[in-house]
Design a protein around this ligand. Structure first.
Ligand code: FAD
Length: 459
């Protein structure tokens, strides 16, 4: 039963992926939603540019879209990806399935399309008002008044009953929370930046890069190249590299083809095209990556931050949007169960540890994707994980499986991995001791070593 018999007046700040989904879920519960978005309506700008052209959608994000009755619409336009396709410097390729049981996949979806679907879905509710070109510039949590910079100048909006900050990694709502006692905030910028390139479709409309249903990776130690498929047979290619190196290539675009060749990415260069590559580097600037942790996520029962505003992370686990969508789903369940203050407190209590865990896991995957995936120790561990998961799927869950294909808390996934590491270490030590004992026995039985003779007589 819905404990909030009277609908709330809610202001959602940010009409990106998470804010738009949050507006839909709130509206479905009958709340009155005003959504304020800094940019113009993305549906009316054909060439809207923003971060990452496509994103990997997985289990958690899909569950939230399902709750908004949008999952099938989104998946119909997504491209399934069944695993990673690793490209070695000599051109060899190795497929690494995501799901060791071979059942699950993730989907490459277009960010703009997804944002448009979500905004249009929100707009179908009579209890939702969308306000574009509204930038939140001040939030007074005591009076509740919000101030926006809008087209006609400053606009003051009286206090909503609930303020949801879904305004991204540089959140204004979170900045206002910083002034509250007990609010903790940490931001780390990583050394690497990224730049997006594109492999066009072949003239006959087919894909130049094969096979299509994979996320292709060129792991090269200190940097990496990845490619995600698009519906129109093109590929969005992202180069992650130290900012200084990327900056240099943008300043000297004629060096870019040699950079690709010398680092064992000649196959990618062929598909990107030398001339296009030089033009893309000349026209681009590296984008920076950051990770944000804060706590709590709420101020009493009045204000809450979700999505990147609460937990921006580096993109190497493909979980930023998925985690943000899961925030919406969790908050939706809590607001149905509890009055706002209890719901928001519970949201912070349960969600902060999971958000911190996925920020850490994303940072870890940053090393795994560009470096560890190419190492024999990684392949051995994956092999062990696969065998054990097949033998006991309920007991042994590989980390990637838990994060990407389950709704287990991110913190649980991280701790489960630590427990598994301990078990494996224990098993390897026991196997090592057993092997040493067998070897000793064999030596004992088969060799007449001078030094052993007195010992043998004694026994
Ligand atoms: P945003 O998408 O940043 O949206 C915030 C919105 O708020 C924007 O529309 C902005 O205009 C608006 N806004 C900002 N300030 C104000 C203000 N003052 N007033 C009003 N409006 C404001 N995640 C995945 O799950 N899978 C992936 O594969 C993946 N790949 C990624 C690849 C890259 C290169 C990057 C950088 C990120 C990737 N992510 C991925 C992460 C994902 O992009 C983010 O987690 C997601 O966009 C967060 O959504 P959001 O709505 O919280 O924030």
């Amino acid at each position: 039963m819905d404990v909030n018999s009277s609908p709330l007046r809610v202001a959602v700040i940010g009409g990106g992926l998470v804010g738009a989904l949050e507006a839909v879920l709130l509206a479905r519960r009958g709340h009155h939603v005003d959504l304020y978005e800094y940019r113009e309506d993305i549906r009316r700008c054909p060439n809207a540019r923003g971060r990452s052209i496509n994103l990997a959608l997985s289990h958690r994000g899909r569950a939230a879209l399902r709750a908004a009755a949008l999952e099938s619409t989104v998946l119909a336009q997504g491209v399934p990806m069944r695993g990673r396709m690793l490209h070695a410097p000599d051109g060899r390729r190795t497929p690494v399935p995501y799901d060791v049981l071979g059942k699950e996949c993730i989907y490459s979806v277009n960010r703009k399309f997804l944002n448009e679907i979500l905004l249009s879905a929100a707009e179908t509710f009579p209890n939702v008002n969308l306000h574009f070109n509204h930038k939140l510039v001040a939030a007074d949590f005591d009076s509740g008044e919000l101030t926006f910079q809008a087209e006609g100048g400053a606009r003051h909006v009286p206090a909503p009953q609930l303020l949801v900050g879904a305004d991204g990694a540089h959140s204004r709502v979170r900045a206002a929370m910083l002034r509250r006692p007990g609010f903790d905030f940490r931001q780390s910028n990583i050394e690497h930046a990224y730049l997006e390139l594109r492999i066009p479709p072949a003239p006959d409309g087919t894909s130049l890069l094969q096979p299509v249903n994979y996320l292709h990776i060129w792991p090269r130690g200190s940097f990496m190249l990845i490619a995600l498929p698009n519906e129109d047979a093109s590929w969005t290619v992202t180069l992650f590299a130290p900012s200084a190196q990327l900056g240099r290539l943008c300043a000297h675009p004629h060096e870019a083809p040699a950079f690709f060749r010398e680092r064992g990415m000649a196959d990618a260069l062929l598909l990107l095209g030398e001339e296009q590559l030089r033009a893309d580097f000349a026209a681009s600037e590296p984008s920076l990556l950051l990770s944000v942790k804060c706590e709590p996520f709420n101020v009493g029962g009045k204000v809450v931050v979700i999505g990147d505003a609460a937990h921006a992370m580096v993109p190497f686990y493909g979980q930023g949007m998925n985690a943000g969508f899961e925030d919406c789903l969790i908050l939706d369940g809590l607001l149905e169960k509890f009055p706002p203050e209890a719901a928001l407190n519970e949201f912070s209590r349960t969600r902060v540890p999971d958000a911190h865990a996925i920020c850490d896991l994303a940072m870890y995957n940053y090393v795994e994707m560009r470096d560890l995936v190419a190492r024999p120790s990684y392949k051995l561990r994956r092999c062990l994980d696969s065998v054990l998961h097949r033998l006991a799927p309920g007991l042994w869950m590989p980390l990637y499986q838990g994060v990407t294909f389950s709704r287990r808390g991110y913190k649980w996934c991280m701790e489960h991995r630590r427990r598994q590491d301990k078990v494996l270490r224990g098993a390897l030590t026991t196997a090592g001791v057993a092997a040493a004992a067998v070897l000793a026995r064999w030596l004992w039985d088969n060799f007449e070593v001078q030094e052993m003779a007195p010992l043998k007589r004694l026994l």
